[in-house]
Ligand binder design. Sequence first.
Ligand code: TTP
Ligand code: MG
Ligand code: MG
Length: 442
Amino acid sequence: MRLLCSSFRNLQSQFSQPLEDLPREFKPPEKLLYLTPNLEILLCEEYINFKHRGQHSQHMSEGLSPDSQGSASSFKERILVHCDLDAFFAAVEILHHNLDPEKPLIIGSDPQGGRGRGIVSTCNYAARAFGIHSAMPVSEAWRRCPGHPFGPGHYIRGSRGLYSRASRKVMSILKEPAEFFEKASIDEAYLDITEHVGGDWDVAYALCRTLQTTIEQKVGLTASFGIAPTRILAKMSSEVNKPKGIFRILPDEIAEFFEGRSLRDVPGIGPKRATQLAEWGFVTVDEAYVLGELALGRMAGERFAHWLTCVVDGTTSSEVSQLRSRKSIGKERTFSSDQTDHEAVLDVLRSLTHRVLKRSKEMGISGRLAEVKIRYTGFETHTHGRSIPVAMDEPDVFLRLAEHLFATNVQHNRGLRLVGFRLGQLDMPPTRQAMLLLQEEE
Ligand code: TTP
Ligand code: MG
Ligand code: MG
């Protein structure tokens, strides 16, 4: 059996008693809330913030607009922007390797001369002319547009680091004018710019044109923008004039926008649902909408009918918040060889926890759940979690929780293949994001 070093043993004995039971429901503390015997967290001052957090959670779970949480906005409609980069991975590779954008470029797994078994990640617009698209088997892509020496196709496996760097640069440009900002994926973001443009849709259009030019000049990538009063409408409009397009749906133009528009174009309507609706004779959104919520509900289900009616009425969510796209923030490390020195693994866990909390602070996000992931030799994986009563972003709190979870759960005679830390049950005070933006402007 392996010898544990003394500090690790001390840590274990410290945690041999379970953490004192924390109240399930948060009540304003008299003075102090003790998480562990050694860790005191003064909550009196912080309580004000936590109340805000509570309100914000409610607003998010109800999917209401930022207005409805009682902020000082005087605008009835929100002005939301959805930005999506064009042929993102392919565009970054073209830039990095100085390739000809007119030649078909396919990013994905190795085509192995047409025998490859992987899929296409994306391709540039020249390759799309051959009918190639994301998620297509790479063998099919090769059949449509073979690579050298059989055809003009250029195939690249791709490098994630390049894409992340480009994404970060774009996001920092987009973040600037947004009151509320949400990175929705590596190449897309939602912005709420209502106050910034004074509720003026023409100013919003001009701002998107400026952002588009700035991204092209500073990062070398083209982006498409959609401007609309709800999230789903903004997302749909960013698709309309791709690549390098801008499209705007004004609040009184929504019905017109859906006239003759395929139901399949609405995010959330998949091929199965679209086929079913087509069998009943509905191909376009307006065809289904004119039936009325009640009648459509009898055929397609009440929930779907209600949702589609809300989409066309422009009453779906207009909330932009980083928490919509993020469920947790986590980092993990796989060891090049399995570790038996648990003290060393604990050090790695501490460093991962620090990095997660640093990231969460940068994003203005706090969390209630600490989760430690442990993978043993042979791939057996366990996660151990513990919630605290209120969302926090204090590294020390989560460091103690991570140490506790590791020390009380790790199986001592086993080698470790991976360790990880995750911050979950995320929350964000509504004022925090604004503060973050202000700080960045300074
Ligand atoms: P998308 O924005 O869906 O596609 P895109 O940017 O390549 O093209 P478009 O001009 O139509 O927006 O996805 C962004 C990146 O995410 C894309 O460049 C590659 C990656 N991706 C995959 O790896 N697999 C997939 O199935 C999809 C859809 C995207
Ligand atoms: Mg894209
Ligand atoms: Mg995208």
